[in-house]
Design a binder for this molecule. Structure first.
Ligand code: HEM
Length: 320
């Protein structure tokens, strides 16, 4: 009988720990949470709209490395090089927005809300504030205490992945081929350093050539903006509406004007290709917004720590 009880308790707590997140999680522990976070986020974005894409990317880079546990927010320490310091994360921006939202939340609800939850809310608010979709964010994540640069390198897909590698990378996080094509639509906003696609326009096969899958007129435009070996210039990923969350991304990809090989690669698989074709006009906007909201919720659940795992950090850049 005692053994049965033990088995029951183990199963119960295992289940409680693996519990799914809930939009009501902070209903009593921090009733004004969402208002505090959205006010803080909008204060920053109204003066610096270019922070909105940065905040979306921050959430993606958090979730793909050790799950959405705020590990991307941690600073390196004497004995540890954190995710932040790894190559793909060097261009991340917007940490100050998360810290400010966290500080404002701590004032009203000390020790209650994780940095991981705050980042998920900030990313949603950022997208919504630049005319993108709104989605209810399931909450209850806890913060991790480990952040390693080499794990960021191993888990974040680089911009030269092909479609098979992308599907594997997203699949490893429990995301589908549809999630891949939908979330890639995040590139409808924001900027990229020239160095992130320089090989594609200057030295694709080592013979001073460009990727033949890119529209030659676009290659020429990009070459004008990005001299070889340029390390400081950034270009809009969706020229013309880089600060508006819209469905333009898919028409760019369709016109062979996706900036990275990973954007172009969406044409190389039947399911992603047909999504691109179907969303290449403004008419595709509604279904893209619904899909994006659903895939963001799914991404936000990757590898989350719940129950008694991890901690609620006081300051997002350091463990308690
Ligand atoms: C599919 C695999 C992906 C690859 C290979 C990729 C790669 C990149 C690269 C190389 C940059 C430019 C970095 C720089 O030079 O500063 C970038 C920017 C960006 N990415 Fe992705 N990305 C991917 C997926 C995603 C996803 C899933 C999202 C969000 C849902 C996202 C959102 C963004 C945003 C918003 C920016 C602009 C950031 C800014 O303006 O600061 N990306 N991405």
């Amino acid at each position: 009988m005692a053994i049965m009880k033990l088995v029951f308790l183990v199963l119960f707590f295992h289940h409680a720990n693996a519990q799914t997140l809930s939009t009501n999680f902070h209903r009593y522990s921090c009733p004004n949470l969402e208002g505090i976070v959205s006010r803080t986020t909008s204060k920053f974005i109204s003066t610096t709209p270019s922070l909105a894409p940065a905040l979306l990317r921050l959430h993606f880079h958090d979730c793909f490395v050790r799950g959405c546990d705020g590990s991307v927010l941690l600073n390196s320490t004497a004995g540890n090089t954190a995710e932040k310091a790894s190559f793909p994360n060097l261009s991340l921006r917007g940490f100050q927005v998360v810290e400010a939202a966290k500080a404002a939340v701590e004032k009203q609800c000390p020790w209650m809300v994780s940095c991981a939850d705050i980042l998920a809310l900030v990313a949603r608010d950022a997208v919504f504030q630049i005319k993108g979709p709104f989605w209810p964010v399931p909450l209850g994540r806890r913060d991790g205490i480990v952040s390693r640069a080499n794990e960021a390198l191993a888990n974040l897909p680089p911009p030269n992945f092909n479609i098979t590698q992308l599907i594997t990378s997203f699949g490893a996080k429990g995301l589908s081929v549809k999630d891949l094509v939908v979330l890639s639509g995040g590139h409808t906003i924001g900027v990229s350093f020239c160095s992130s696609f320089a090989t594609r326009i200057y030295n694709f096969t080592g013979r001073n050539d460009a990727d033949p899958s890119m529209d030659p007129a676009y290659v020429a435009e990009l070459r004008r903006m990005c001299p070889p070996s340029d390390a400081t210039t950034t270009v809009a990923m969706d020229p013309g509406s880089a600060q508006d969350f819209d469905v333009d991304y898919y028409s760019m990809v369709r016109q062979r004007r996706g900036l990275f090989q990973t954007d172009a690669a969406l044409l190389d698989h039947s399911a992603t290709n047909s999504y691109v074709q179907q969303h290449s006009t403004p008419l595709g906007s509604k279904s893209f917004f619904d899909d994006f909201a659903a895939s963001m919720v799914k991404m936000g659940r990757i590898g989350v720590l719940t129950g008694r795992a991890g901690q609620i950090r006081k300051i997002c850049s350091v463990v308690n």
